[in-house]
Design a protein around this ligand. Structure first.
Ligand code: HMG
Ligand code: MG
Length: 310
């Protein structure tokens, strides 16, 4: 068995929050079950945010309460404030994710708060969640570039990662929110952080807007990162970050990792079933290369069978 890599699945949250179509609650529940059956062990289900801001996830309480529980599968949800925390707790979740931006302009657009205000709220939410016995993951957005402020000095995320860890989050996921990062930058950010942060407390959350997500993961792997966020089918984006289309596709990540001898515990065939299903639900072709190649292979096989009269 190869070295274990942890894949954190965000499609039902980061993916669906950005789709025009509202996926019915029962379909979201079925998809959660399909992802768990594919071997994913860390699944972000939804966001306990304002339904006015993210209407696609307005059914968060139902989804979190009714997602099929499986041994070894940890479900989580995004939480912006105490109201969200109470909802997540009432729905029976054991883990939440708090989120903030490394840049002021994105912070204002995304949560209507400055970075300092966000830190104060996240501190309170994290403390309350830990007191309730929940695990808390942290996200830091716009680490590799901001849609409003442009390039980001790596000193900024470095300082904020420390503040998030000091609050008590068990891991900080570094977000390339609008998919502008390149491998050299990933190496710079990670090498700077590893001087005083254990790599086991960091994850990479790459959007594939410009096709660099997998290359960025490889740079992270080479630096010793072992946790990566991705979305089945390559669903995803951020509605308050123009251009943030598509998270790294989980299939593409798994294909590369398994091919390199890492062990993800995920069945590609089963994952593809979930992606095909969600593709019908959102009514569009999804960007995952592995998914497209599988669909193309099947179509060719069908055409061959038809030509030969079977
Ligand atoms: P606000 O308007 O400043 O706050 O929004 P508010 O406290 O005045 O509340 C406004 C309304 O929202 C009120 O309702 C509240 O009850 C309600 P009203 O009285 O107007 O009817 N509300 C809530 N409802 C349900 N659940 C809650 C909640 N809190 C307040 N928890 C707020 C502030 C944070 C609520 C708002 O800005 C918001 O919901 N933002 C969500 C933004 C979001 O979800 N963005 C996408 C996720 S982040 C992301 O995708 C990046 C990531 O993937 C990493 C990366 O890629 O880098 C994580
Ligand atoms: Mg994201």
């Amino acid at each position: 068995m190869g070295e274990r890599i942890s894949v954190y699945e965000v499609g039902l949250r980061d993916g669906l929050q950005n789709e025009v179509a509202f996926v019915p609650t029962d379909e979201k529940l079925a998809l959660a079950g399909m992802l768990a059956d594919a071997g994913l062990r860390r699944i972000e289900l939804t966001s306990f945010v304002s339904p006015r801001w993210i209407p696609q996830l307005a059914d968060h309480a139902q989804v979190a309460a009714r997602a099929p529980r499986r041994p070894g599968v940890v479900y989580s949800a995004l939480v912006p404030n105490k109201l969200g925390l109470e909802g997540a707790k009432a729905a029976g979740l054991e883990e939440i994710a708090v989120f903030m931006s490394a840049t002021e302009a994105h912070s204002k657009k995304n949560i209507n708060k400055s970075v300092a205000e966000a830190l104060a709220v996240l501190g309170e939410v994290t403390q309350a969640a830990l007191a309730m016995g929940l695990r808390v993951r942290g996200y830091l957005s716009t680490v590799f570039g901001c849609p409003y402020e442009g390039p980001v000095d790596p000193a900024r995320p470095h300082e904020l990662v420390h503040q998030l860890l000091a609050m008590g989050v068990y891991e900080v996921s570094l977000g390339d929110t609008i998919g502008v990062g390149v491998p050299k930058q990933v190496r710079e950010v990670v090498r700077r952080l590893e001087t005083d942060v254990p790599l086991s407390k960091l994850a990479l959350h790459m959007h594939d807007t410009r096709g660099t997500a997998l290359a960025n993961v490889l740079a992270g792997l080479d630096c010793g990162i072992t946790t990566f966020d991705s979305a089945f089918g390559g669903l995803g984006g951020c509605p308050y970050a123009p251009g943030a289309s598509g998270n790294l596709a989980t299939e593409d990540l798994i294909y590369m990792l398994e091919g390199m001898g890492y062990d993800s515990g995920v069945s590609l065939d089963r994952l593809i079933l979930a992606s095909e299903h969600v593709s019908h639900l959102v009514g569009r072709t999804l960007p995952s290369k592995v998914l497209q190649s599988e669909l193309g292979r099947r179509q060719q096989a069908e055409e061959r069978a038809q030509r030969s009269g079977h």
